[in-house]
Design a binder for this molecule. Structure first.
Ligand code: ZN
Length: 247
């Protein structure tokens, strides 16, 4: 499920005419850094003949992924950095998250969904006044890769204008919903397109402990962590993770 546009499709033609052959696929659909192995075993119905196909799916190392990021380069002053980003908001938990970020003296980036802005203007004003960064996560969380450039521009501009109207700031980067975007286009309307390198799948687990563990097992220097301030479990996880990362 995590193998997306950066990976070429692979065809495997098993040399058997046995329509009852069993196909067994072993390996995780969640890519770790570096090489990942997927083993495909084809066994004839009689069990007499077996063929094995081994596929290596390469994911860049933490350092390589950071180097590929289109985000502005971090000054190499020997310090360690992690970016923490929250998609899909604002929500009723954004204020709680802002309390947590204040407590830790941490600035985050909020990838805003435009149509939600008018429901939580106060949280957005507070985020702007506190110096957090805003990114554009489309007006309606649509699949931007299915839109024309003109439609993409209109969709993103609507969010930018609404945010400016509410809190006087515009998003300075774009994160396409679902990462659906032509990866060759790194800048659009003057904004860098920014993805992520650590995905704890908080929207799926909705469990603070699991989300914390998922982040801590993937995180490294210059990681970009993806969370969603739609869920209180994710906001609570951010509190714990920031404490651990500061240690
Ligand atoms: Zn999203």
């Amino acid at each position: 499920s995590n193998v997306k546009s950066d990976t070429e499709a692979v065809d495997i033609i098993a040399e058997t005419e046995d329509i009852n052959a069993k196909v067994n696929i072993t390996g995780s659909d969640k890519l770790s850094y570096g090489d990942n192995t997927i083993l495909i075993t084809v066994t004839s119905a009689s069990g007499n003949s077996t063929k094995e196909y081994k596929i290596t799916v390469k994911r860049p190392t933490v350092e390589q992924e950071a180097a590929q990021s289109t985000a502005p380069p971090v000054v190499d002053d020997g310090q360690k950095y992690v970016a923490i980003t929250f998609d899909d908001g604002p929500s009723k938990y954004t204020n709680k998250l802002l309390d947590i970020l204040d407590k830790h003296s941490v600035k985050a980036t909020f990838y805003i969904v435009g149509e939600r802005i008018s429901y939580y203007p106060d949280a957005l004003k507070r985020a702007a006044d506190s110096g957090h960064a805003f990114g554009n996560h489309s007006w309606d969380h649509s699949n931007l890769s299915k839109l024309t450039d003109e439609q993409k521009h209109a969709n993103l501009q609507q969010t930018s204008d609404k945010l400016f109207e509410v809190c006087g700031k515009r998003p300075t980067t774009i994160r396409p919903p679902g990462g659906n975007w032509d990866r060759n286009v790194k800048v659009f309307d003057g904004c860098n397109v920014v993805y992520w390198s650590v995905d704890p799948e908080d929207w799926k687990y909705r469990n603070t402990e699991t989300v914390v563990n998922n982040i801590m097992s993937q995180v490294g220097n210059k990681s970009i962590i993806l969370l969603h301030d739609l869920y209180e479990t994710s906001v609570d996880a951010a509190d714990i993770v920031i404490g651990k990362l500061k240690e």
